[in-house]
Design a protein around this ligand. Structure first.
Ligand SMILES: [Zn+2]
Ligand SMILES: [Zn+2]
Length: 79
């Protein structure tokens, strides 16, 4: 999965793939809602490498916005 694919979700009109799981607590994160609520963070580096590195806002904060896999900076999920 690449960031390009992620951003293409809206354009292509696919509605099937809007929910991801937080990599830490496995809570469901609705990406469409998260665009408004800001309750989703992701690691661009890991996503580019095919790892589903999504985090809820609480865990992102706990991680000090650092990816636990690669140490990279987490980005808020906004389209
Ligand atoms: Zn979480
Ligand atoms: Zn990462």
């Amino acid at each position: 999965m690449t960031i390009g694919l992620l951003k293409g979700v809206n354009k292509s009109g696919h509605k099937g793939w809007t929910t991801v799981k937080c990599s830490i607590c496995h809570k469901d994160i609705d990406l469409f809602k998260a665009v408004d609520t800001g309750d989703a963070y992701y690691c661009p580096k890991c996503l580019a490498n095919g790892r589903e590195a999504f985090f809820c806002a609480a865990d992102a904060k706990r991680l000090h916005y650092r990816c636990p896999y690669c140490g990279g900076e987490l980005k808020p999920y906004y389209l």
